[in-house]
Each structure stands twice: as structure tokens, then as C-alpha cells.
Design a protein around this ligand. Sequence first.
Ligand code: SF4
Ligand code: SF4
Length: 430
Amino acid sequence: MKLHSIKLPHRKASAEMPTLKTLNPPRVVISMSQHGGVPCTPVVNVGDQVKTGQIIGTSDAVISAPVHASITGKVAAITDVINIAGKRNTAVVIETSHRQEMHESVKPPAVTDRSSFIDAVKTSGLVGLGGAGFPTYVKLNFDPKENSIDTLIVNAAECEPYITSDYRALVESSAELIGGIKLLMKYLEIPKAFIGIESDKSKAISMLTELCRKEKGISVQRLPSSYPQGAEKIMIYNVTGRVLKEGGLPMSVGCLVMNCSSVIFINDYLKKGIPLIRRRITVDGNIVNKPLNVFVPVGTQLSEIIKLANLRKTPDRVIFGGPMMGSSVYDPEMPVMKTTNAVLFFEGAAALAEPTPCIRCGRCVRACSLNLMPTELESAYDNKDIERLKKLKVNICMNCGACSYVCPAKRNLSEKNQLAKILLRNGGNV
Ligand code: SF4
Ligand code: SF4
């Protein structure tokens, strides 16, 4: 079976730039909804002094992840913010102190078996760093009697243009990646692991291949450089040949898929106990003078990143994430989330293109790796035709953006599919 894919320009100008040390913003705005699932409730009050790594938000819900202070300072406010998905949620605002200290709770967790390993991942606040933001411990907490997982797939594709934060993690922390893979294999009893990586990332491939020579059951799987190589379904098929059925989870085909930065984080967390309080982000775009990668505390605001970006012009568009699947941001106060892997700045026609009528060229259909019908989906969404949207399987759309990218009429096909899924979830109410 050959899956459709598209070729994208890479534009990965920051690939060979070592990651800059952590930015120290004067304040952070930490959303209590950093993950898929139930948002956290703040456990601190305005005026409290908090230290780096201290828990500031928790939830008893099964699908959630604790939120930690990313800097040391004073809680200046607990307020409502609009998050990247356009939803209102609570955020804890911390103003920095001159002295940055780790909280006393930050220490390596005691991990001896599967259960304590999963508990540690839960306490760490880890969510899928590839962008999905699903709490990782939930994914790891499968019942081995019901789901026999024989393959760990480390997703190191990073197939979107511009973004190099995963690539920098691979070359700067390749030994830590192998360490994280070994921990997952050991505690979850998974016999083999593949690092799925696009073949053009030759430096990372040779470093990892060398390290894998000494390891049993871990190997590097070179994949074609195409889009959307990093989509879970595509990755599973290209690495193992297994087909994930509609609505199925990777465990239904014996696979656990983890983003490479998440795996490195697990290794580091078990060694040092520092929870998920910072992100490595790529800062790039067509008006950035010097593309770079930098560690930023979770909650760092866009206005601080703009200072760092050294822009040539005022941007027409700012994107958190990649140009294919990221979200446009309009508020300079928008904070970096746990899931943010890039902040991109653009100006010009590409940033402002308006849709024109469909010319029925069929390119969008040929671009879709899931064989969906983007034009039909668009029409069904415009007519709010719920039954047709279901029949056309809008729910399996990955919102990869490939259809929108190839469309000469610049129609917002992927965006409409996203809205259509929300429409279905709301039972047809807009
Ligand atoms: S956004 Fe959806 S419909 Fe468009 S190419 Fe991707 S999977 Fe297919
Ligand atoms: S690619 Fe654009 S113009 Fe071509 S059929 Fe699809 S929606 Fe219409």
C-alpha cells in the first residue's frame, strides 16, 4: 500500500544552531490547561512565594497532568486567559525573583517497577511534546494482559518546515534519548524499539546508529523525507507495516508511539526529578534575522520571544507550532505552553493569502494520505450537513494541512475539517 504524501520545502535554518540557554522572562503566565483532558485547579494563592518546580495546579481527574512553577517568584495574579485553542481558562501569573531556586520537592523519583515508573511520569507533568499534549502517563498505563505491546516507536520525524527543536534534542541529547528508550522498554516490558527519523537528518542518524550498535532491540529506521511523515498512523505504517484502523489506538496494533523529546525528558526526569517546566523552541520565519533554538520556561509570553527574535519587520502572522499544523497567535501576551515547539514570524503574501473559488483540480484529494475528500468535506461543513460529514469520515482527519498547502485556490480545507469536528462534538450546534 502506498500512502499519499507531499514534499515540503524544509527551511530548517536553525538546524545547526546549538540551543541557547534558558531565557529568563520577568514573568510567566502558566495556563492550568496545558494538556488534553481536565484542566488543573490552582493550589497557590495570590501573594504566595513559589519556587521553580513546585506544583501550582493539580486535578483528581484520570486524564490530566499537574502543572509546576517554571520560575521562582511571587504569584502576582490568578486570572482568566484565552489559550491557544481559543478557550478561556485559568492561569497563574508569577513575577520573577532575582534568586532562582529549585523547590525542595525536586529530586529524582524512586522508581523500582512499572507502577512507580508510571507514577513518576504522572508526577512529572509530562504531556506529548510532539504537539498532541495528551498526558503521557495515561498512554503508558495500558494493561499488558489486554494489550500486548511489542514495539516502541520513537517519533523523530519532525516533518514540518522550519521546526528543528526535536532535531536539536536528538543531536544534543542522543545518549539521553537511548537512556529514555531503555527505561520505557524495561518498565513497560517492550522488547523492541525503533527510532523513526527522516533520511535527510544524517547527522542525527549517524549519532544514533552508533549508539544503537551497543543496544539490544533498539534500531534506527530511516524514513522518506515527506509530509506528514510524523503523523502517528503514517509513522506506524512506515515503521512496522501495520495499519491502524479507523478510531483505533496504536496499542491495538501492538505499538506505543512517543515523541523523541518526550523520551529524552523521561530519561532526565528519572535522573534529576525536574518536572516539565521548560521547552526547547525554534524561533524562525521569513522575517527573523537569526533563526535559533532556545529553552524557555513554560508560560513565557510572546512579547519576550519577539525581543529575542530580532525581527526585520512587523509580522503579518505569528504561529505557535509549524506552518502546517500550528495555530496563529494575535496576542503578544500569549504564553508558551508545554506543547509549543516553535514560534514562527511571517510577513508578505504567503501570510495573508485569501481563498479564491475551487477550480476542481483534485490536488487536495491526491495529497491526503488518508484518502479523504477535502472538497466534499468543505461543502458538507459549509452546509452543516452532519450526516455527510460522518459519512466522509471527517473524524479521522489528522488536520495535517497537506490539502490546504497544495490548494492553488488557498482554500482553508484543513481548518474547515477542524471546525467540522467541533461541530460534530457539539451535536451540530455551531
Ligand atoms: S488535513 Fe485532513 S483531509 Fe487534509 S490532507 Fe490532512 S488528513 Fe487529509
Ligand atoms: S486543491 Fe483546492 S482548488 Fe483544487 S480541488 Fe481541492 S479545493 Fe479545489
